[in-house]
Design a protein around this ligand. Sequence first.
Ligand code: S3P
Length: 429
Amino acid sequence: MSIRLEAAGPLCGEITVPGDKSISHRAVILGALAEGETFIEGFLDGEDCLSTVSCMRALGVDIDVDGTSVRVKGAGLDGLCEPENILDAGNSGTTARLLLGVLAGQPFYTVLTGDSSLRRRPMKRVTAPLKEMGARIIGRHQGGLLPLSVDGGKLSPLCYNSPVASAQVKSAVLLAGLFAAGETAVTEPAQSRDHTERMLAAFGASVKVDGRTVSVSGRPRLLGQVVRVPGDISSAAFFLVAASIVPGSDLILSNVGVNPTRTGILDVLAEMGANIEYVNRREESGEPVADIRVRHSALRGVEIGGEIIPRLIDELPVLAVAALFAAGETVVRGAEELRVKESDRIAAMTVELGALGADIKALKDGFIVRGGRPIAGAAVKSRGDHRVAMSLCIAALGAKGTVMLDSPDSIAVSYPDFLQTLHNLGALK
Ligand code: S3P
């Protein structure tokens, strides 16, 4: 069902964004492979992380979810059981790719699938190294697309030179490496988010980081932990941009994860002239955390490309929105990964923002926005992609008319209370 989005007023006050999606997935997976119980606080109870929970339950792990508090009864490294049915990762690429790493090391047979978007997304980047380690993985496009069947067990360690800067690829290989005797290493072309290596170390694995190479020793003894999940900077991003573009805004986002592998959005907004400050920096469960204050300010266009891309890949749709309200041109290059996310986000953002009257042009690996033109109301489509849907909601806050969004349903993947929060802040009528 479509919804009406009409801008109301500035965003003022303090909010807490939901728990980090990447960290929530990893806490469930490592908790399941550990001995003893893992308690997760601040868990993201969005659809994606609940897909990881239901897959781990199907593998025999006892998990209690009570809103944002989760208790995982660890099965230990050798304690997973062959599932009776096909595992469903839903819309979640992280669930599918990280689980493939775990399943590769299991002495049993599994079949993994996902929704129509996930069944189109590339899996060979993960299945190729896992096959090199000895897993037998079969599926369409030579094991490149879900559904995939995995006949795992008896893995050899691998030194893998990844062609993509992808935390999901790195994590899948490192997780498989837990089941191989010896050291498994992954080298990536640019630094991707490092939550897996941080959390593996916190659970007791022996992890080494040397430049862009991360290695883990196989067959570790993982011990259950208390994991406090910080707020997701990728969810905070929508409010960082919203408060920056709506005059009169002054907002505090409390308890946001500011791991340097994730803060590209803060670097770029600062370069655009945004008024953002960190308050109360601290560390929790091995992850840096801060409260962030953001106030409205005039923005200017910037060039975004190179090594920063993996540090802000999920924030590029909402940065396209920021660019609409910035003076001059914003150019994004080197972001071809956007084409294989939950939707083709280059096509989605250029077409949908174009429908609102934006001057935005797609490139093969990014986009060019000429900012400063007024944005009108129009009907737009979320394409079943949570970050496209939320970015279009933020664009509506700066539009002169009513924006009609075809469906807000996908937002529940990562931020179930997003629209309610915008209403509570008085940003939407
Ligand atoms: C994620 C890694 C990123 C990111 C995704 C979550 C993760 O994907 O876009 O939303 O939790 O590891 P890639 O690693 O494929 O770039």
